[in-house]
Design a protein around this ligand. Sequence first.
Ligand SMILES: [Zn+2]
Length: 243
Amino acid sequence: MRGHDEGQRVVPTKPPTLGQITAPAKRTPRARPRENRQRTRALHTDSRQWRAIRAGVLAEELFVCASCGSWGNQVDHIDGDDSNQQRSNLWCLCVSCHARKTRIDQVELSNTAALPYWMPSPVGPVILVCGPPGAGKREKAQELAGGVLLLDAEHELLTSTDPAPVVIRRRNAALAAAVKDGRPVVVVADASGARHRIRWERWGAQVLALHPGRAECAERIRLDNRRTMDQKIAAIKALDNWR
Ligand SMILES: [Zn+2]
């Protein structure tokens, strides 16, 4: 029996070939991330504790979406950290703003150069040391920091087994706490792409971009014993793509 047309959709009647299996499947969007989010949430959305927190926030904010002002019945963690139940970290959002915010959170937690929009403005000095892999960012940052807080998520990603969103979330929380208190801080990030560096500059950081040249970076990557062979290959690739 051959596949038959059902309007636009072709319903296959033969078992799929390997090509079909590995091809991007028809999008069943967000079903999976939502399940995962629920499983890793600090408080399950059905828990009594979360329902009480949520009801309190909605009552206080009168079901008004903090982003667009329309009716909303969702409570979101502003910093994307669902274990941070402080009242100042919770706000009411409508369904569409909440979906958009969740996408923003995911982007912010995938790149060390992404500066979250909720980050408070710095009171004290902040230096961002950026550059391609192997540029010597960590050494430079250590020299500049000399005792002040150094936040190097790039180094943590190489040396810790925590997944990137966990590392970046932790960095963001530490950065927020420091800048709110006006403590000086030195941050390390690849920050490839001028728009990231401009964003940090507008936010109030002094941006220091290092690029000692491709050959020097490649040699440093080769000698860097924090990196596995695969990571070295990825770093060389990133080096060529840094702009
Ligand atoms: Zn809204």
